[in-house]
Design a binder for this molecule. Sequence first.
Ligand SMILES: Cc1cc2nc3c(=O)[nH]c(=O)nc-3n(C[C@H](O)[C@H](O)[C@H](O)COP(=O)(O)OP(=O)(O)OC[C@H]3O[C@@H](n4cnc5c(N)ncnc54)[C@H](O)[C@@H]3O)c2cc1C
Length: 491
Amino acid sequence: MKNVVIIGAGYGGLVASALLAKEGHNVTVIEKNEQPGGKASLLVKDGFQFDMGPSWYMWPQAFEKFFEEFNEDASELLELRKLDPSYRVFFDDGEIIDISSNVENNYEIFEKLEPNGGEKLRKYLEVCKKQYDISMKRLVYRSYNSIFSIFTPSMMIDGLRLKPFSNYHKRVKAYFKNPKAQKLLEWITVFLGGDPRNVPGMYCMMSYLDHHHGIYYPKGGMNGVAKKIHEIAEKHGVQFKFNEAVTKINVEDKKATRIITENAEYGADLVVNNADYHHGETQLLTEENQTYKSSYWEKKTMAISMHLAYIGVKRKIDCLTHHNYFFHENWNDHFDQVFKDPKWPDNPNFYVCCPSRIDEGVAPKGMENLFFLVPVASDLEDSDAIREAYFDKVLEKFENWTGEKIKDDIVVKSLFTHRDFKNRYNAYKGTGLGMAHTLWQTAVFRPKHKSSKVKNLYYTGQYNHPGVGVPTTVISSQILVNEMKKEGVLV
Ligand SMILES: Cc1cc2nc3c(=O)[nH]c(=O)nc-3n(C[C@H](O)[C@H](O)[C@H](O)COP(=O)(O)OP(=O)(O)OC[C@H]3O[C@@H](n4cnc5c(N)ncnc54)[C@H](O)[C@@H]3O)c2cc1C
């Protein structure tokens, strides 16, 4: 039995803790905040319950694979509901399109958008499915310990079949000329923290998941899922220490021996860092023990940060469904102001989640729970005045777009942006999603699961392969534990 200390109770830390405890180890998770879930925390205010971070339950297979390890059926355990429509898109010319959980309906929608659009969507999604199949077979559930791991003949063949050098926008544009059709397929790159022009086209596998497998709502939202994993971990004996920040990973003879927190010290045979990778490396280790020094991080393309607003409204808003997007037909200016010329976007596109449309538990009766999200550049100046003015701007757009004047009906309001990501999660440059998924920040090019300087120090979370997102973070910890088993460090 090993003493394993995990830093951080985000999805990465929770999953790793449950898996390691199931293997019979003595696992302690130390978390600086008051609850499990990390970015998927819950904000409770005046009868409203807001998912503070992720709201999309997508790629059900990835969750099932994890819960099966504990003989649990994900759809029963999480009380999953398939959403229909999956989401609603409001365009700036007034058109509203509902993407259905039945792909046949979506062929009809695309047929109306451009000649032969339905058949084009069918063909496009066939390609996305092929990408998904190749990725599942070869690329996702595996580690990349060195650059040479991608130079095997089978990896090269499969890697090239994914056409990694074509960007997402180009790939979509090869099928669709209509700007709305393009946007309905490209928005998903925001999940990867990028821009359709800098995310590789091979991630179109996500459109296959979206259109063929649908979007679900777990009871209690995405924080509810984190709570279930936390329960499973505790059932297997994991000890959780909340409200305790790690301040140092003590290293002797290239081994992490003790984890120092504000109040205590914990001896460790193995250490897993789930805190923001940059924080773990540059703040918790001394320079000679850092695999990735400050200069490494400075050169990386960081993913988006977000301007978030948790809003309670004292009446119903019938034009909304659970997931709602608001897109300008020309959205490149917004992306340019995130990645090329970072500033608060002048003309933002945004997302509004309204879980109270289907879950009575998240808002008082007759009221709505709204979560506004605007993707913005990391590390912007973020004062109270800026964030307030920015919310007013987004709210005005929302009101004009939907015709629903809600300003005077707001009873709860809480804003969350860069400095909150920094303060609450130690997030580098206040980004919400870590490192963007550009080609050179994918798979073997993401930071490794294992430190190359400290023998018994490991990493898991959205910075590692396979990357940003809840299902990918779950997979990251599954990969990590498999690697630890293969390495023989768990015996
Ligand atoms: C607003 C938002 C919306 C999103 N929407 C979606 C979505 O709809 N679907 C989806 O799949 N993904 C979504 N994502 C992405 C997804 O939430 C993340 O990729 C994932 O949750 C990251 O998990 P993690 O375990 O890597 O990191 P984190 O969740 O950041 O966990 C790391 C933990 O480490 C803790 N920590 C940091 N420093 C210390 C320290 N010194 N000592 C102790 N603890 C420490 C932090 O407090 C945190 O709890 C969203 C993210 C955000 C921010």
